[in-house]
Write a protein that binds this ligand. Structure first.
Ligand code: ATP
Ligand code: MG
Length: 805
């Protein structure tokens, strides 16, 4: 059965579908039907009798390719679609490369190296050349090679390029060109290509073998590319070459949604299409079918601020819809609570399905606290294009270290981390330790304590590394009893070398891994605080009002151990494993991963300066900010019915509370599209934010009553909160003092000798109070304090960090 696919198209869309001969540029705003047009164009061409094997459609993700194929098969019989070349650049080109591998001197079944494989090759070369690891970090070297490849600079040209070699000399790695050459040779010897090679060799194939270029140029009579604004130079050239003969090339994109420049994407590719193909037909789609008028107009009002863009107008004829709601909370935890509670309310209030919801965040690490509160509310969720927090490799590594600190006999954990980050303790050495453990019936750690590496038959560099590893951790285990969960976790992380490993890397992936490890530390700190204050760990419930951030009274406190925390998360991670069925789920995803997708209700969380826009730990250039703004535009245009934005006034950074400021992007939205409810009245809790709340509420009220000044301008002007300094992983984990300004400072109180009944003290969380009693126990001193705001608490002196005021 064939459906009349042309019916569901407006005039410009229909014209873009029917005029498939010659070069076409479909440039249009978000949700205007670009992907729909591309799909329908393919269906239409097939319908006109063009053979599927003559059509190549390039998508940004494999999932997008699958969806397009499904759509086309709904219109046409399966047989008419079979043989269509539809997929990502990497998947389609690896297919061609396998067929032509012989010409390039590669085996047909060449291996494709992932990033980890590539780094290992780099590492081996650096070692073989006896170069210092610190100067030639595998990640940095690999990033450099990748950049060169994506710009089609081969080793020889690299060595001859003065700019590149001078850059390397300045970065104190003068032999990079040599490593690059050896890397290429090594991959070839191994019969392997890395991701960048798939594009590079495709280019080389087309350049050096005109007959091959001719062959594929003839075969792919029609080439279509979705999300063209995010292609890199290497991809651009391949497409251009393949389209050279027939010139039936159709590219679809939106310059305002170009968000992958950090991976080498070049917005210029779309901007210069008309120069490459002066005869190109330009199709502009201006009507957005996805979103309410409010969302489309609000998104327009933001992207307008970018200087570098093609002029276009986007409108919607859908209903006006709900205003864009802004949620402001006191902490990241409360933000997650509010979002989860709001999803819960909307689910039932509007009879929606969990599939209708998405939570979008700028960095992966933000998923943890959202996941926790969705679980607490029994709302099923999935992480799109990624793993749930506790399944991520770096989190499993970090947890393995933490488990080992509690239980050195945990062989599985020891095996996981003994050589990660790399310490030169290879598989052979590990095998010997395992064998000795089995022979003697003891754990691997016990083996390491009983025997020197030499006694185990271990030789070479591993001897020294094992010695250092054992010394480092023996010292840690000796002291682990003295620390609470948070202190111990910080200590373990600092000794593990994980932080340094990720921190030194220039790659975006490692930046994200470091943020995940940081978030794990935050979760330990939150757990400790919650236990001390008698709050349950993951609380759910239907309450929309923020949960009281303050503790109940009368709880007797003991030190919170890492063991307790590990038991708590063991349950969470266990729940993670029972996934993958057809249950409708809320989608959690990064803004980058959300490109091209749509959901009825979206929540964009963490809209704070330094987070979104991200500053990558440093200061952002005007161009960086424009890219972040495009990213925000992508985020905002995902919603069909309602978008909700949220930000928190404070956020955990390496376990300390740091104040944060609303994102400039909220301020940039024309306030007439916003709904900013007053901050919840939390005065009775004495959270010290009364002044801030007043300012916020005045700003919000003015917005609702039509004060023409943008609400956030007023809010910003009146807000005295200084911008949070960019927080780095503290070197060696000296805790930075980031107490809320409202808590009196005073002198640290660390010995019981300084205590008197009636003394005035201050606590980070509970504020100021008066000591009413204290009692010496076997290991510590119990202090009872009557806090003005938080009521009476009994605290252990060692962990309470009280200050005399
Ligand atoms: P993005 O920029 O986010 O990639 P897009 O331009 O590719 O968006 P599509 O995803 O193709 O837009 O379309 C957005 C939504 O509008 C989809 O749900 C699509 O089915 C719908 N749509 C597009 N054109 C029409 C039309 N003429 N009539 C009805 N619905 C349409
Ligand atoms: Mg699209």
């Amino acid at each position: 059965m064939e459906i009349d696919y042309l019916q569901g198209l407006n005039d410009p869309q229909r014209s873009a579908v029917e005029n498939y001969a010659g070069p076409s540029l479909i440039i249009a705003g978000a949700g205007s039907g670009k992907t729909r047009v591309l799909t329908m164009r393919i269906a239409h061409m097939l319908r006109q009798g063009i053979s599927p094997r003559n059509i190549m459609a390039l998508t940004f993700t494999n999932k997008a390719a699958r969806e397009m194929r499904d759509r086309v098969t709904k219109i046409l019989p399966y047989d008419a679609v079979r043989g269509l070349w539809m997929g990502t650049f990497h998947s389609l080109f690896s297919r061609i490369l396998r067929a032509e591998a012989g010409l390039l001197g590669f085996p047909e079944a060449f291996t494709i190296y992932d990033t980890a494989d590539s780094r290992n090759v780099v590492k081996a070369i650096v070692r073989q050349l006896e170069l210092p690891d610190e100067q030639y970090k595998p990640n940095e070297v690999y990033a450099r090679i990748s950049l060169a490849k994506n710009n089609l600079v081969l080793p020889e040209a690299y060595a001859a390029n003065a700019t590149l070699t001078e850059e390397d000399a300045r970065a104190k790695r003068p032999r990079l060109a040599e490593i690059y050459a050896l890397y290429m040779r090594q991959c070839r010897q191994n019969g392997a290509m890395d991701f960048d090679d798939l594009l590079l060799y495709m280019n080389i194939l087309l350049r050096d073998h005109p007959e091959i270029a001719q062959k594929y140029g003839e075969q792919f009579q029609y080439i279509l590319v979705d999300e063209y604004q995010d292609t890199n130079y290497s991809q651009y050239l391949i497409v251009k070459k393949l389209a050279d003969i027939r010139r039936n090339i159709c590219v679809v994109g939106d310059d305002s949604q170009s968000i992958y420049s950090f991976r080498g994407a070049r917005i210029e590719n779309i901007l210069r299409f008309q120069q490459d193909y002066p005869e190109a037909k330009i199709f502009k789609l201006e009507q957005n079918y996805r979103s309410t008028r409010t969302i489309v107009e609000a998104a327009n009002s933001v992207i307008e601020k970018n200087s570098r863009k093609l002029p276009k107008h986007l409108f919607s004829e859908n209903e006006q819809g709900d205003p864009i709601r802004v949620i402001c909370t006191l902490s990241d935890k409360e933000e997650a609570q509010r979002v989860a509670a709001d999803i819960h309310t909307t689910l039932y209030g509007r009879q929606a399905s969990p599939d209708d919801f998405a939570v979008l965040y700028r960095t992966n690490a933000q998923s943890r606290v959202i996941e926790e509160h969705l679980r607490g509310n029994n709302i099923p969720y999935r992480i799109y294009g990624g793993q749930s927090f506790y399944q991520r490799a770096e989190i499993k590594d970090a947890i393995a270290y933490l488990r080992l600190a509690i239980n050195p006999k945990d062989d599985e954990s020891l095996k996981r981390i003994i050589n990660f980050p790399a310490r030169g303790i290879g598989e052979t050495s590990i095998g010997k330790i395992v064998a000795a453990g089995q022979a003697e019936g003891v754990s691997m750690w016990e083996v390491l304590l009983r025997h020197t590496p030499e006694e185990l038959g271990i030789r070479g560099g591993a001897v020294k590394s094992l010695g250092a590893f054992v010394r480092n951790f023996t010292e840690l285990f000796r002291r682990s009893g003295e620390m609470d969960a948070y202190e111990l976790a910080m200590e373990v992380m600092s000794r593990s070398g994980l932080i340094a490993h990720y921190k030194d890397s220039p790659s975006i992936e490692d930046e994200s891994r470091l943020q995940n490890v940081e978030e794990l530390i935050n979760s330990v700190k939150v757990f400790v605080d919650e236990q001390l204050s008698g709050e349950g760990a993951a609380e759910g419930g239907e309450s929309v009002a923020p949960q009281a951030d303050l503790p109940q009274e009368g709880v007797v406190h003991g030190p919170v151990t890492l063991d307790q925390w590990l038991q708590n998360i063991a349950l969470l991670t266990d729940m993670d494993n029972s996934r993958e069925d057809d249950t409708p789920r809320v989608t959690l995803l990064t803004v980058h991963a959300s490109k091209g997708l749509e959901f009825k209700y979206t929540y964009i969380v963490g809209l704070e300066e330094n987070l979104f826009p991200s500053q990558h730990g440093g200061s952002a250039s005007a161009e960086d900010i424009e890219e972040e703004r495009r990213l925000f535009y992508v985020a905002l245009t995902r919603a069909e019915k309602r978008a909700t934005l949220s930000f928190a006034l404070s956020r955990f950074k390496w376990g300390s509370v740091v104040p944060s400021q609303a994102s400039r992007f909220i301020k940039e939205i024309d306030p007439k599209y916003l709904d900013m409810p007053p901050l919840p009245d939390t005065d009775s809790r004495g959270d010290g934010n009364a002044a801030l709340r007043n300012r916020w509420n005045t700003a919000g009220t003015a917005a609702r009553t039509g004060d023409p000044r943008p609400a956030f301008q007023r809010y910003q002007r009146k807000t005295a909160t200084p911008p949070a300094p960019p927080v780095q992983a503290p070197a060696g984990f000296k805790r930075t003092d980031t107490r809320p300004a409202s808590v009196p400072q005073g002198k640290p109180l660390d010995s019981a000798g300084e205590l008197t009944v009636g003394a005035r003290v201050a606590h980070d969380r509970f504020g100021s109070g008066t000591v009413t009693a204290f009692e010496q126990t076997a290991t510590d001193t119990k202090v009872t304090v009557r806090f003005e705001a938080a009521g009476t608490k009994t605290l252990l002196l060692k962990f309470a960090r009280l200050r005399l005021i």
